[in-house]
Design a protein around this ligand. Structure first.
Ligand SMILES: [Zn+2]
Length: 287
């Protein structure tokens, strides 16, 4: 350990990667579409009032990512490719539906406007004179609406207005920011292991501090090296993770804060024999 860099050791066999399940994938198809539509609709409503450039699509991506991670826990889906494809679909639907909901909103406002004109006797003459102009305000579809919005332009910082292709490029980047934020959240939220035996995500069972004596005994039992330079016992921390059913190997993670401002982590996968022995050592009073 030099220059305060983190060092990581892993010992033992982690649980096998989650298998693909057709039933899981079939559930995720409607789930990701509905989630994308719900986030797209909420983003449209919020975006009409407040939508700071770049920050807003990132926030949409974070919310979408959090919802997706929540759904992986609710549906107990651990197959990463299924989750990744569901995320891509949800982002696509969320980004696309924002434009569609904006189109529906604009259409509704124009139709309400037209109805008001028709009901107003004083405006009847104007309506007749400008009938063609009024009808022309109504977009023919979502693509036509987006083309019109692109020709009007999108206000950007420093007084710049993105028109035509630049407006389309700015929308593309909005979608990209949603995707990047969602990837970051889903990656972080799904970094834990998954047990295919009991179909559950690993979660922390217990955690705390270790005395040097406990750390030494754990090292002897599981085979990791205690690095030189470990400071006070307060700096030795452990966490024990496992699946809900207790059928998979448990994950023991021991972290040291080194005197050189670096950290050292040892991850050990415990089989059934070691699980009990590790618990006994941790249950002992540290001294
Ligand atoms: Zn399990």
């Amino acid at each position: 350990m030099k220059n305060g860099r983190a060092k990581h050791h892993e010992i033992g066999e982690p649980p096998a990667r989650a298998r693909f399940r057709r039933s899981g994938a079939a559930i995720w198809l409607p789930v990701s579409i509905l989630l994308g539509l719900a986030i797209g609709w909420i983003a449209t409503q919020v975006g009409m009032r407040f939508a700071p450039l770049a920050v807003f699509p990132l926030a949409v991506g974070v919310v979408l990512g959090v919802c997706l991670v929540g759904m992986t826990r609710l549906l107990q889906t651990g197959h990463r490719v299924t989750v990744f494809l569901a995320m891509m679909l949800a982002v696509l639907v969320a980004a696309g539906s924002q434009h569609y909901f904006s189109y529906l909103d604009a259409r509704r406002l124009i139709e309400e406007d037209n109805r008001r004109v028709q009901q107003s006797p004083s405006a009847l003459k104007a309506q007749a004179a400008f009938a063609e102009l009024i009808n022309d305000r109504l977009p023919q579809g979502p693509i036509d609406y987006m083309c019109r919005q692109a020709s009007i332009g999108r206000p950007m910082p420093f007084g710049y207005v993105a028109r035509g292709p630049m407006a389309w490029i700015s929308w593309f980047f909005d979608g990209l920011l949603i995707l990047l934020a969602a990837i970051a959240v889903v990656w972080f939220g799904c970094r834990q292991s998954f047990c295919d035996g009991c179909m559950s995500w690993y979660c922390t069972i217990r955690s705390g501090h270790l005395s040097p004596r406990q750390a030494k005994r754990l090292a002897e039992l599981t085979g990791f090296d205690i690095p030189d330079g470990s400071t006070s016992p307060r700096d030795m921390h452990y966490s024990l993770s496992g699946c809900r059913g207790g059928c998979g190997p448990e994950q023991l993670c021991v972290t040291w804060q080194l005197s050189e401002r670096g950290t050292c982590t040892a991850t050990v996968w415990l089989d059934n024999d070691k699980k009990k022995q590790v618990s006994e050592i941790i249950d002992q009073d540290g001294d």
